[in-house]
Design a protein around this ligand. Structure first.
Ligand code: XMP
Length: 320
């Protein structure tokens, strides 16, 4: 087996040799893979690397600030960091759109358009960094199940929207757990490295139906409470992926003496080996109860919480 410290040192020196003083561009999502790829490149070429972080406004609570704290000018790495706040653009494009595939398509296309605009400002680029890992290579090659069922906007396909010489994919032979080891070795904060998967279209596919700033806020707050309580219960290390989603359902409830007519949140938690199939995780009832009580008390416009115990198949992990 590879020792990941050796992998990191060797990769950095190979990248340095290959790239020389060429200009490198990286689309940083804040996910594990793109973060580790970015740090390897930053160690190899320093300020010749520019990372563009497109914040589509569909990230989890405080996530954009967390990414900026790590990669921005106050963080430990030597690189050019550009954060683009494109949330207004995404919200306006998504207005009135309810069909899941259409939502995904819009988010994917706008993401590329915004990235492309930033790339143009940078000027000539020699290399484009991709955080592709081994399972992505296999999945896009074989047309993996979820690739067929849903369009994964960040997997597969050669980007032709920026003019560059070559793609560099420093993680293409690594599995996720190896990428994490490399990330920890490179000093990337644990909360970023051990992060659970988060889909490219973000909260856009965890809100059933039309996406609005208000709905994003609701799901962000509910999800933050869920994660906080899972951390407290020590469940964050044992469950594969978990999150809150906003059903588009509203129902009648009562608050004090008043009737409410508000949204229902769905909690999802799954264990999975390869994300192609998954089982609902058995979250202890007291944890579910605390999360539910906190969400209905603390999050405006939520008066009901459901726990989804559907396995995949026939359900999917995400809701859209
Ligand atoms: P599903 O919902 O298809 O999800 O059961 C399987 C895994 O893939 C993630 N997922 C995505 N990841 N872009 C991504 O990068 C996407 O468009 C996307 N859609 C789903 C999902 O979070 C789960 O881990």
């Amino acid at each position: 087996t590879w020792r990941m410290e050796d992998f990191a040192e060797q990769t950095i020196s190979e990248l340095r040799e290959k790239i020389g003083d060429g200009k490198v561009l990286c689309a940083l999502s804040g996910g594990v893979d793109s973060s580790v790829a970015a740090v390897l490149l930053s160690k190899a070429v320093g300020k010749n690397l520019t990372c563009v972080f497109v914040d589509h406004g569909l990230l989890r609570k405080d996530e954009g600030d967390m990414v900026s704290a790590v990669f921005g000018p106050d963080g430990p790495y030597d690189l050019n960091f550009v954060r683009v706040d494109a949330s207004d653009l995404f919200f306006s494009k998504l207005k009135g759109i309810t069909e899941p595939e259409q939502k995904r398509k819009i988010i994917g296309e706008e993401f590329i358009r915004v990235f492309e605009q930033e790339a143009k400002k940078i000027g000539k680029v020699d290399y484009l960094v991709q955080g592709t890992i081994y399972p992505d290579v296999v999945e896009s090659g074989l047309g993996g199940e979820s690739a067929k069922i849903k369009s994964h906007h960040n997997v597969g396909g050669l980007p032709d929207y920026v003019d560059f010489k070559e793609i560099v994919e420093p993680l293409r032979y690594l599995f996720k757990d190896e990428v994490r080891k490399v990330g920890l070795h490179l000093g990337i904060p644990e909360k970023l490295v051990m992060r659970q998967p988060f889909p490219g279209p973000g909260l856009g596919i965890r809100i059933i139906g039309e996406v609005t700033p208000e709905k994003v806020k609701i799901v962000q707050e509910a999800d933050a409470i869920y994660r906080e309580e899972m951390d407290k219960a020590g469940m964050n290390k044992t469950v594969g992926q978990y999150f809150a989603a906003l059903t588009n359902m509203r129902s009648v409830g009562v608050m004090g003496d008043e009737r409410t007519y508000d949204y229902a949140i769905a909690l999802r938690a799954v264990n999975t080996i390869d994300f192609m199939t998954a089982d609902a995780a058995e979250i202890p009832y007291p944890v579910l109860k605390t999360v539910t009580n906190r969400i209905v008390n603390e999050v405006n416009h939520v008066n009901r919480v459901f726990y989804d115990i559907t396995s995949k198949p026939p359900g999917t992990i995400e809701f859209e």
